[in-house]
Design a protein around this ligand. Structure first.
Ligand code: ADP
Ligand code: ADP
Length: 228
């Protein structure tokens, strides 16, 4: 579903963030990218939805070279969840959740119905939280809205960059459990970035362990844990 072929990213200042990366993520698979800060995880993610372009190599999504796909079109096929959720502070939870349907021109009634359904899906009662603003939510609740929003147009691919990185450990574990439950129903193709090996092992069908700009190991959780 997502295939990196010998991808290198060199930033204009000469920093080589990713070098010769090859990686294949199967449809419905959740792959975690784990490694210390600065090893190229976010760069890898941003190339998938063309926030940045590779210097060399190519990336295929569903068999198609994304270099030929308009970024706007590409992002419709991919939900993106980040640590700072990027929710609009002056829009309600319902409106934030329906951002993409709004861009796609869905009717107001259809948007609201979809937003309610999504909030239910991530465990937020829409009649309690729907009309609140982001600053009236806890950190964990905001991340749930971020996940709901990413799922709004039912994209086949989810890109998640440290989505649970800013919440306390108890809430994080809760969000992980909920996300696994969600994924077992939705079977999205997921790339999930974390610097926390426990989170990587818990969530990933397979785990890509990053060193500097490279994948040092790509395997199932048991094999990663069993490694010397
Ligand atoms: P990670 O997500 O693993 O923390 P990043 O992909 O953000 O790593 O960064 C990888 C490397 O690329 C780091 O050395 C970082 O400083 C560098 N880097 C990231 N963005 C830029 C940029 N826009 N210009 C130059 N170097 C960058
Ligand atoms: P946390 O300590 O996890 O960040 P908060 O103290 O922010 O949690 O929120 C605790 C509860 O109070 C949550 O259910 C949240 O939705 C609610 N809440 C927070 N701020 C407001 C507010 N300004 N108005 C109404 N409810 C709020």
């Amino acid at each position: 579903m997502i295939r990196f072929e010998n991808v290198t990213k060199r930033y204009p200042d000469g920093t080589v963030a990713v070098e010769g990366l090859s990686l294949e993520v199967a449809e419905g698979e959740l792959v975690t990218l784990v490694g210390p800060s600065g090893c190229g995880k976010t760069t890898t993610m941003k190339m998938v939805n063309r926030l940045i372009e590779p210097t060399q190599g190519r990336i295929l999504v569903a068999g198609e070279d994304i270099a030929g796909v308009e970024p706007v079109e590409l992002r419709r096929r991919m939900g993106y969840v980040i640590q700072q959720t990027g929710l609009f502070p002056h829009r309600t939870v319902l409106d934030n959740t329906a951002t993409v349907p709004h861009l796609l021109g869905w009717s107001k009634a259809r948007r609201r119905e979809r937003a309610r359904e999504l909030l239910d899906l991530v465990g937020l009662d829409p009649s309690v939280f729907g009309d609140r603003y982001p600053d009236q939510l806890s950190g964990g609740q905001r991340q749930r809205v971020g996940v709901a929003r990413a799922l709004a147009a039912d994209p086949p691919v989810l890109l998640m960059d440290e989505p649970f990185g800013a919440v306390d450990p108890v809430v994080r574990e809760h969000l992980q459990t909920e996300f696994l439950r969600l994924q077992s129903r939705l079977h999205k193709t997921v790339l999930f970035v974390t610097h926390d090996i426990e989170e990587a092992v818990r969530l990933g069908d397979r785990i890509a362990v990053y060193g500097e700009g490279r994948i040092e190991q790509f395997d199932r959780p048991a094999a990663v844990l069993g490694a010397p």
